[in-house]
Every structure is written in structure tokens, then in C-alpha cells.
Design a binder for this molecule. Structure first.
Ligand code: ZN
Length: 245
């Protein structure tokens, strides 16, 4: 590990993802922490184009810092999505310094946002291990577990409710009910049969009355008896009574 002057407010230490840079003293918000440095790579130089490593810091389309050199302590600084420092790029001077964006306390790991390209290529495939992403992931997992627990409890309650309902129903009453239902069914059947009989009877009656209703051209016996003047019989006494009045 490279030597670091005791005057510096940081040290290299173990982090979640390997090594990292940690504050040894309070670092004030806005203050410069460390320079990110290394050989300048020129995109117009064919030899430089072949160089590829994880510590390339692109300043602009032409210039890139190759930060893989041992003396570049800033390369130990890990990425974070909600960092406490930032990379301050001076394009004209081709100089990069890491600056605190909030006050960093002793023991805290120093980090900055590596940018969208780095995140997409190196971090997204393996999952970002920064505090923010770890917390987000932990919350998501906890929510998932809580949801699963709630669903399990809901099903348990449902099963308990059903069991309680079944227990409340005595077996006897169930049988009686079935019987009652059966007798009701029989009754319905009987009513139906009765109705059917009545229906067929009326049909028959209608059939009998048919010739009279349609008319045969002959006066029916009933009609004739009504039109025929009544001589004697049932009507005679009433007539007699009328004349007597
Ligand atoms: Zn992250």
C-alpha cells in the first residue's frame, strides 16, 4: 500500500467492496481532499487508445487521466450514488481534484459519484454496493418480506374463520336441514303434479265443450231448455206467487 503523509486527513482502509479511503480528521464541506492524477492519455495517440483499465478519468473528448498508477491515492475512493465528495474537473488545466460536498467526519468513508457511464458499465451488472443502494435494496427486501408475512397472516385468518364457521354448525342440524330441503322438494313436486292434473283436467273439459263452443248448427240442449217457454216445473210456482200479489 502506498505511504500517506500523516498530514493528510485520510487513510486507506477496508471497505465493503475491498479498499477505500477514510477520513482521519474532520474535512470541511467544500474543501479540497485530494488530487486525482496520472499520465495524460491523448485520444489522438494510437498507443494511448489501447490502454484500458478501471481508473481512467475522462476530462473531455481528447484527454483522459490514467489513474491506475500506484501513487494516485485518489483511485482508492469508491463510488457512491449519494456521495460526500465530488470530482472537480478543470478542463483547461486538465486537473481533477476531489472536494468535499458535505462535512466529512473522522472514520467516514470518502466517496464521489463516478458518473452514469461508469455506473452502467461496471456497477449496474453487479449491483451498486454504496450505502444508498444497499439501504434501498434492504428496504425493498424488508417490504417484500413484510408483504409475504401479511399475505400469510391473511390466509391463516381466512382458514381460521372458515374453521370456526364449520365448527359452529352442528352435524345434526345440518342433517335436519337436508331433510327439510328434501321434503320441500317433495312438496314442490306434489304441487307441480297437482297443477299438472288440474291443467290436464281443464284441457279435457275444454275438449268436451269444444263442439258446443265452435257451434254445430244445432241448438244445444242447454240453450233449448233456456229458450223453451217453461210450462209448469220449477218456474210455475213463482209466477203464481207474482199474480197473487
Ligand atoms: Zn449506489
Amino acid at each position: 500500500m502506498p505511504d500517506i503523509s500523516p498530514n493528510k486527513p485520510y487513510r486507506i482502509g477496508r471497505s465493503k467492496t475491498g479498499l477505500g479511503l477514510f477520513a482521519t480528521r474532520k474535512i470541511k464541506k467544500g474543501s479540497k481532499i485530494i488530487r486525482y492524477f496520472g499520465p495524460m492519455l491523448d485520444s489522438r495517440n494510437k498507443k494511448h487508445q489501447d490502454i484500458d483499465n478501471k481508473y481512467l478519468f475522462e476530462i473531455n473528448n481528447r484527454w483522459t487521466i490514467d489513474g491506475s498508477v500506484r501513487k494516485n491515492i485518489a483511485r482508492y475512493i469508491n463510488h457512491a450514488c449519494r456521495p460526500n465528495a465530488e470530482s472537480d474537473v478543470n478542463t483547461r488545466k486538465r486537473k481533477v481534484v476531489i472536494r468535499a460536498v458535505k462535512t466529512i467526519h473522522p472514520g467516514e468513508e470518502i466517496n464521489y459519484d463516478y458518473g452514469t457511464d461508469y455506473f452502467k458499465i461496471f456497477l449496474k451488472p453487479i449491483g451498486c454496493k454504496c450505502d444508498h443502494c444497499e439501504k434501498k435494496r434492504a428496504k425493498k427486501e424488508a417490504d417484500k418480506r413484510a408483504e409475504a408475512r401479511a399475505e400469510k397472516l391473511r390466509l391463516k385468518r381466512k382458514a381460521e374463520k372458515k374453521a370456526a364457521k364449520d365448527a359452529a354448525k352442528p352435524a345434526k342440524s345440518k342433517a335436519v336441514k337436508t331433510k327439510a330441503v328434501k321434503s320441500k322438494a317433495l312438496k314442490t313436486k306434489a304441487v307441480k303434479t297437482k297443477a299438472a292434473t288440474a291443467k290436464s283436467a281443464s284441457k279435457l273439459a275444454r275438449g268436451k265443450a269444444g263442439p258446443h263452443a265452435r257451434g254445430t248448427g244445432q241448438p244445444t240442449r242447454t240453450k233449448a231448455s233456456r229458450t223453451k217457454p217453461l210450462a209448469g216445473g220449477a218456474a210455475a210456482p213463482s209466477r203464481k206467487r207474482a199474480s197473487a200479489i
